[in-house]
Design a protein around this ligand. Structure first.
Ligand code: ZN
Length: 293
């Protein structure tokens, strides 16, 4: 079709106009995105080595028998989140008393103490304002007692689980965090994310099933983007894709629901998902004392 001179002369300014509007909109969107990025607080996330565990037989970590007779190596990390409004420790690893012990528990080792790594940053446990753990198992709350002067942010069900009679009966494991019973405590009761610093940048997200109040941590970094530290949602790399559930989880249905909720959240915000015990995920962080920002 041949355009009439009139149509052609009208088409050009219209096209130009449409392109200009689209261009202006994209500039506006870009500016808004930049403003949003600039608005993220300057947070530093440090991944610290808080021990290692070697499983001779990982059978307990999948109730479908997939790991029967299979040996696995797990890292045990601790994370320090430095926010302009304060410091948060997320998971405290194996008890650092292990570093000095002549005989280590079978399959466990520790190269460096958590307190020595904090010292390298000029910090002591007493300087850390907030403590939160993904859950109260010994390899996550093992140095909880060092942070009895911090404010402990904890799911109410998880706190009750940590102080149940059966947990108290194990003197060594319980002794490592018993002092938290008298710590300043913020109990999370709602079934919704808890915003640690009030700006949405660091949120404790419920993900129950492994334990009654297991949770994951969302950290929105200015440069690296959102990161999800997923506690013990998946201990072993392939458990995530295969949706495998450990035999010792307290609730299978809630575990599966937590898998789905965390995957949905991660997909929505494009988060980097960190399986905390998986060596390759730990090794992907900058080597301490360098932070991820
Ligand atoms: Zn664990």
């Amino acid at each position: 079709m041949q355009l009439s001179p009139t149509a052609a002369s009208e088409a050009s300014p219209m096209t130009f106009c449409a392109v200009f509007v689209a261009f202006s909109l994209s500039i506006a969107a870009l500016a808004a995105a930049r403003a949003a990025a600039a608005a993220e607080p300057d947070i530093a996330l440090y991944a610290m080595d808080c021990g290692r565990m070697e499983l001779a037989d990982a059978d307990a970590f999948a109730d479908d028998g997939a790991y029967k007779g299979v040996a696995k190596k797990l890292v045990v990390p601790c994370y320090l989140i430095r926010h302009p409004k304060g410091d948060l420790i997320w998971d405290t690893g194996l008890t650092e008393a292990m570093a000095d012990a002549a005989a280590k528990p079978p399959g466990m080792s520790m190269d460096r103490k958590l307190s020595d790594q904090l010292k390298e940053l000029g910090l002591s446990p007493a300087d850390i304002e907030y403590l939160a753990v993904s859950h109260s198992h010994f390899d996550h709350i093992g140095n909880g007692g060092l942070f009895a002067a911090s404010t402990w942010i904890v799911d109410a069900d998880e706190r009750a689980y940590a102080f149940r009679p059966q947990a108290r009966a194990d003197k060594i494991e319980f002794g490592a965090y018993a002092a938290l019973e008298n710590a300043k405590t913020v109990e999370i009761k709602e079934d919704a994310p808890y915003d640690v610093f009030g700006d949405g940048s660091v949120q404790i997200v419920p993900a129950p099933g492994h334990t009654p109040g297991h949770s994951v941590l969302l950290v929105k970094l200015a440069q690296a983007g959102p990161v999800l530290l997923t506690g013990d949602l998946w201990h072993i790399a392939e458990s995530r894709e295969a949706k495998r559930v450990p035999r010792f989880n307290v609730d299978r249905a809630k575990t599966i629901a937590s898998y789905e909720a965390v995957e949905k959240l991660a997909a929505e915000i494009g988060a980097r998902v960190v399986r905390q015990h998986v060596p390759e995920d730990f090794d992907a962080f900058p080597k301490f004392p360098q932070p991820l920002r």
